[in-house]
Design a protein around this ligand. Structure first.
Ligand SMILES: *Cc1c(COP(=O)(O)O)cnc(C)c1O
Length: 385
């Protein structure tokens, strides 16, 4: 039997069903599809689930990061420490506000910045640090805040991948002044596109709510509610970063499934771990001592003792109909940011970005699918021509 005949296994497939369809249908039938009551309801439910004081729904996580920097007062002349080992949006956000991204290296076990790597990247102009729960592995936020709080440096948590992960017994992001979340289909919860900004600072939340809607003094929903709307004012230059009620209705259903989704992912991750444990040269990312991961991206590092390098292993998997993915990118290698990192200054980032790959992991992944992936990892040359 040739594996090529079998169906394709994707790296990720969102778990959407009849409940999401019904929720969207109800919103369409209500006649109010833009930002309105469903967005407000989703914000309240999300804040409760993540133990956040305030939640402000936005169009995606990139706009949440952008707003986080604006409300924290970060701008031209400021340095913002970020991991290069992250999706490009983490580095683009400081660039949008005219600040300079400064790259910190990451820990080899977690793929996250640490107090030590952040401290090494601080400059006299550092006013903010963006930490990431990379691939859903919780970052050691308290340790980074212990370095930053005494220096009046705001720590923003990029929790794009983090919904359902825990840090010291609480949801990730709960201990952050500002946290940004993504509902892109590649993440744990999806609304198609969508994001959330959570914060412990009510003044920042109020300003973010205004800024996401053109900095309008009267929200579109409030304006619509009154027959004679009051004249609105635009106190500063705002944005259109709104989420729609269609998306929020899906988000409410997805949020209610989060514990089940994370539970299943952790079972499947443990199953991979057991199967991969005996394979020389492969190392699977794991929970850190201080928290639990949702394994949004379950990555494996391909070491020197493995018979193939990462690129060849990706080809072997693809030949078997398995769509694995290269690991997390390194922003400092991209054209807009190449000038910001000295050669060799981010050794762990470069090692991980060159040697890791992300295994297929999603809610409906079957044991048989996992066995197919593991069979290739065990014997990657079996099907080679
Ligand atoms: C996906 C991702 C983002 C961007 O999220 P969008 O909702 O697509 O804007 C930002 N940061 C990290 C770490 C991500 O993984």
């Amino acid at each position: 039997m040739s594996l090529v005949q079998e169906s394709r296994i994707n790296v990720m497939t969102p778990w959407l069903g009849a409940d999401e369809v019904a929720a969207v249908t109800a919103v369409i039938e209500s006649g109010w599809v833009a930002q309105g009551p469903k967005v407000a309801e989703f914000e309240r439910a999300f804040a409760r689930a993540m133990q956040a004081q305030e939640a402000v729904a936005v169009s995606n996580c990139t706009t949440a990061l952008h707003l986080a920097l604006v409300v924290a007062g970060i701008g031209a002349g400021d340095d913002v420490v970020v991991p290069s080992f992250s999706f490009i949006a983490t580095t683009n956000a400081p660039t949008y506000v005219g600040a300079r991204p400064v790259f910190a290296d990451v820990d080899a076990a977690t793929g996250n910045v640490t107090a030590a790597t952040v401290e090494a990247a601080l400059t006299p102009a550092t006013r903010a640090v963006i930490v990431v729960d990379q691939g859903g592995i919780p970052v050691d936020l308290d340790a980074v805040r212990a370095v930053c709080d005494p220096r009046d440096i705001v720590v923003i948590e990029d929790a794009a991948c983090g919904a359902g992960s825990t840090y010291k017994g609480r949801p990730v992001g709960a201990g952050a002044e500002l946290a940004a979340w993504s509902f892109h289909p590649r993440k744990i919860l999806t609304t198609g596109e969508g994001g959330m900004l959570t914060t412990s600072n009510p003044a920042w939340a109020a300003r973010a709510r205004m800024l996401r809607e053109h900095a309008m003094s009267v929200s579109a929903a409030d304006r619509h509610a009154s027959l004679v709307s009051p004249p609105e004012e635009y106190a500063e230059v705002g944005f259109n970063f709104r989420m729609t009620d269609l998306q929020a209705a899906v988000g409410l259903v997805q949020l209610s499934k989060l514990p089940e989704v994370v539970g299943r992912r952790r079972v499947n991750a443990a199953r991979y771990r057991g199967a991969i444990a005996g394979i020389r040269g492969l190392r699977l990312v794991d929970d850190p001592a201080y928290g639990t991961a949702n394994f949004q991206s379950l990555w494996v590092e391909v070491g020197d003792e493995y018979p193939l390098d990462r690129e060849a292993l990706l080809v072997a998997l693809a030949d078997a109909g398995i769509s694995a993915r290269r690991g997390i990118m390194a922003a400092h290698r991209q054209p807009p940011y190449r000038h910001l990192a000295a050669a060799g200054s981010l050794p762990v980032t470069e090692r991980l970005t060159d040697r890791t790959l992300i295994l297929p992991l999603f809610h409906t992944l079957t044991a048989a699918d996992q066995d197919r992936v593991v069979a290739v990892l065990r014997d990657p040359r079996r099907d080679a021509a």
